[in-house]
Design a protein around this ligand. Structure first.
Ligand SMILES: Cc1ncc(COP(=O)(O)O)c(C=O)c1O
Length: 413
């Protein structure tokens, strides 16, 4: 019998989409779903992008290939963003444009590892890293960030204990998806010292770089002496709400790394042509754009925190950045609860979709009460979603204590 490969069968499920089939059924039955499971914000895209897109429509009757990596105007726009907004000097030679951030992550894993080499990753982690590791044939070694210490990075000794001859890099996401933790300058310096001592690369996913609310975000690119070791991943998806444009960035000052990355990019011949134009305009947004954006996101975070205050039994760390909160629920298994929110619950014809623990970590014992909440919707929706979640927990806990199997269903309580 014909069959697909074992490794295709083994591709990890997307943690943020695993419950989508249940959500589809719920929607068909007429339920409204508050989507707190995934990044699909209702914040407007940076508006200048639309006129640029209209102007960019080709006059000839076809959409041409667009340079695979060396679009100078686009790389100048990236360099301008880093100079004007991040206060970081970046020559355009250190920037390679990619198709989405995940291409940049895959390229980074390929460049730093041979097959079966190992990368140290902090847990909990961005779920799609697992798929990248799987497809790029790299193994991850986990070091846990403790909830008691606000998900701060483990100390150097704990990291060094995990380093073997096979270890080739450390992968960090800051600001973090899913915890919102922002690595401090001290932590970044320590990580870099570990990398220098053991000859490792440091790959830092900074796609949420401007999303910092209470503490200062430090980019690894701001730490001196990073040239040989550091690769930074960036994307236009989050900052400009251009998720569908699929434009990412691979940044390094290591010439050999850049040389190898270009070879990977040339294979796919082109960047998306229209989206590249959109990205040029977006990356040239003035300081005021970022200020107003941050105001919107901070209000959303604070609105979520206020809504959560009314829910008994939950635990969380206030996220300093990104757009997520990693919530501990008063349930045995947050996956079961999240699924049943979709299949068996409604409050005023609505329910909440969450991203449960699967895929964010490797150790269910520590984390299985956790869900990731993406505060991507407007404040009214967040308030309604929090109320809905509160009602669901009340009913779920009162019924599951009597019988785990008992169906639970609520309307307008
Ligand atoms: C930490 C992190 N890295 C990378 C990505 C992927 O970004 P892109 O939309 O450019 O593929 C995401 C998307 O959610 C993310 O959260």
């Amino acid at each position: 019998m014909i069959s697909i490969s074992q490794r295709a069968k083994d591709i990890p499920v997307s943690a943020t989409r695993v419950l989508l089939p249940f959500a589809d059924v719920a929607k068909k039955s007429g339920k409204n779903i508050y989507h707190l499971n995934i990044w699909q914000p209702d914040v407007s895209t940076y508006d200048q992008v639309f006129s640029r897109l209209r102007e960019s429509l080709p006059e000839k009757g076809y959409i041409p290939y667009w340079p695979a990596i060396w679009t100078e105007e686009l790389r100048k726009a990236v360099s301008g963003f880093y100079k004007n907004i991040m206060n970081i000097d970046l020559s355009i030679d250190s920037i390679i444009m990619t198709i989405w951030a995940s291409e940049a992550i895959d390229i980074a894993l390929n460049i730093v590892c041979d097959t079966d080499d190992k990368i140290i990753v902090f847990e909990p982690f961005y779920a799609n890293y697992l798929t990248s590791a799987h497809t790029q044939k790299v193994s991850f070694v986990w070091v846990e960030c403790k909830q008691e210490s606000g998900f701060s990075l483990p100390n150097s000794q704990d990291i060094e204990k995990k380093i073997t001859e096979k270890t080739k890099a450390i992968l960090l996401c800051s600001p973090s998806n899913p915890t919102g933790y922002i690595a401090t300058e001290k932590e970044l310096r320590e990580l870099l010292d570990v990398c220098k001592k053991h000859n490792l690369f440091l790959v830092v996913d900074e796609v949420y770089n401007i999303f910092s609310y209470d503490s200062q975000f430090t980019s690894i690119l701001q730490i001196p002496g990073t040239d040989e070791h550091v690769i930074v991943i960036d994307s236009v998806s989050k900052r400009y709400n251009l998720c569908g444009a699929r434009i990412g960035m691979f940044i390094s000052r290591n010439k050999e790394v850049l040389w190898a990355a270009k070879k990977y990019c040339k294979r796919r011949l082109s960047l998306p042509m229209l989206e590249s134009q959109a990205a040029i305009t977006a990356l040239s947004a003035p300081q005021e754009y970022y200020e107003s954006l941050l105001e919107i996101w901070k209000k959303r975070r604070d609105c979520l925190l206020k809504g959560l205050q009314d829910i008994p039994g939950i635990e969380y760390q206030v996220p300093a950045g990104a757009i997520y909160l990693f919530l501990k629920l008063p349930v045995d298994d947050a996956f079961v609860f999240s699924k049943r929110l979709l299949t068996d619950f409604e409050y005023e014809w609505s329910t909440v979709m969450l991203a449960p623990w699967v895929g964010f970590f490797t150790n269910p014992d520590t984390w299985k009460k956790r869900v990731r909440v993406a505060y991507v919707k407007n404040e009214k929706t967040l308030q309604e979603a929090c109320l809905c979640l509160k009602k669901a927990l009340e009913v779920y806990n009162s019924q599951t204590t009597k019988s785990l199997e008992k169906k639970w269903f609520v309307t307008n309580i």
